[in-house]
Design a protein around this ligand. Sequence first.
Ligand code: FES
Length: 240
Amino acid sequence: MTDKISFTLDGQTVTAAPGETIWQVAKRAGTVIPHLCHKDQQGYRSDGNCRACMVEIEGERVLAASCCRAPSEGMQVRTDSARAETSRKLVMELLLADMPEREVAHDAGAHFWDMAEATGIAESRFPTMDAERIPLLDDSHVAMRVNLDACIQCNLCVRACREVQVNDVIGMAGRGHDAFPVFDMADPMGDSTCVACGECVQACPTGALMEASVVDADQRGDSRDFDAEIASVCPFCGVG
Ligand code: FES
């Protein structure tokens, strides 16, 4: 008797350890499934809210978010089916429509752009955000910049602040398309109780939150490993 689960991924038999998701098994098998709201690091629970990682499961009518779906014995998963690829492309196009273009992005090397490339999407056929809806830059914090025009509501900054660092400064305000991260009671970040640990900056996949000192350097467009473990200790507060 084994706890391992066997299933097929794009026709190849793979095994999952207890607790592993389809996305994690695919990563181990060398199959790239785009991901935006999922961060492959300890402490970050899967939220399943961006739908960039959709896969098709034989016999199921609805596509599944691979970052939070556990495989079961004998399951047949396709990352490469037309339905799954079309769904992932659509998600990326919708998100891209509301983002500043890469040439003028706050962080041209952000994980988002790697995932857009992996999905095969360089531009969107959907209309861009109305100019009056574009949020203003918040540069009130000495160490960080808040560029909410690049926010995709993935919620990673909230999980980073609340669940990983247990600071609980960042929350979400608004609903649906109008949701956006806020600091304390929607204070400017510089007036909030943020301790500048930087966890939210490391978690942000788009450059909506950035370290002030690297804003200019990142305009170069060097891509980085979004899932790399980064350990740092804030010199002020001793966390992070
Ligand atoms: Fe799976 Fe966002 S990465 S839903």
